[in-house]
Design a protein around this ligand. Structure first.
Ligand code: ADP
Ligand code: MG
Length: 254
């Protein structure tokens, strides 16, 4: 039934997969897409935590064990986005993700999967469950090299690698620059999401950044990327330049 399953994957942890899954998912929902985000990073299940919901009666683990159908584990966030959370309990970290692929068959619409990092058995199960893959990396050589390894494996598994998102991009002297990144990657660079303190602030407030600070750099990038994925034309908000200046001033004031 599912029309499209996109894995949000990376070579290492802490690069922005969960932030991206939530914000891209919400931006797609706001564009009118039928979207569900799934927390498949079962050992570091923090998708629910990042949006302020941590207690669920049914989780992905119940679905993987065969106790419940996946549709019973779908929750609707107050902003309308559908999410399938993972349990944060310690016993739940040994979930068997090999059952993910058949479980997803019962979902419809667009599914974004927040994946475990690297190439562990769990990460490979998630890759196997996806039709398409978006790779997340920060602009450091080592992180990018690990990300590209995952991209190669995804290609070997005949997945469509949509491209790479470079997150926490500063354009600084000690980072890979755009030319270096494009030279390194076989896949297109989909987006460069700037490093922005508003991401941390939005996490503190347990509110997706596209809602917390809609005119910040990361929010604009997530919205543009959502339009690309949905095949819609991005239309900048009215007076974006002024709104960005105001956002910058507010950010500096703390
Ligand atoms: N664009 C960004 N600007 C600033 N901080 C960011 C940005 N993206 C992510 N972060 C920080 O990185 C941390 C890890 O992000 P997260 O999405 O949880 O990574 P992953 O899911 O890949 O482990 C977040 O808690 C946040 O503090
Ligand atoms: Mg995560």
């Amino acid at each position: 039934m599912t029309s499209r399953i996109i894995g949000i994957v990376s070579g290492k942890g802490g690069v922005g997969k969960t932030v991206t899954t939530i914000n891209l998912g919400l931006a797609l929902h706001q564009l009118g897409e039928n979207v569900t985000i799934v927390d498949a990073d079962t050992t570091v299940a923090n998708l629910g935590l990042q949006i302020g919901i941590c207690s669920f009666s049914t989780t992905l683990q119940d679905v993987l064990k065969g106790t419940d159908n996946i549709n019973k584990a779908v929750y609707t966030h107050p902003m309308g986005l559908k999410i399938i959370p993972s349990s944060i309990s310690l016993e739940s970290i040994n979930a068997d993700l090999s059952e993910l692929k058949p479980a997803l068959n019962d979902l419809d619409g667009l599914v974004l999967i927040d994946s475990p990092p690297g190439l562990s058995a769990d990460a490979l199960s998630v890759l196997d469950a996806c039709d398409e893959v978006i790779i997340i990396s920060t602009p450091e050589l080592q992180t990018m090299a690990n990300a590209l390894k995952v991209a190669r494996v995804a290609l070997d598994m005949e997945k469509l690698v949509l491209g790479i998102i470079v997150n926490r991009y500063n354009g600084g002297k000690y980072e890979l620059n755009h030319t270096e990144i494009t030279a390194m990657c076989d896949a297109p660079v989909l987006s460069k999401i700037p490093e922005d303190i508003n991401v941390k602030r939005s996490l503190f407030e347990k509110t997706p950044i596209i809602s917390y600070s809609p005119y910040s750099g990361p929010s604009i990038e997530f919205q543009k990327l959502a339009c690309d994925l949905a095949g819609q034309q991005y239309r900048p908000p009215k007076n974006l330049r002024m709104k960005k200046i105001i956002t910058g001033i507010k950010t500096m004031m703390g």
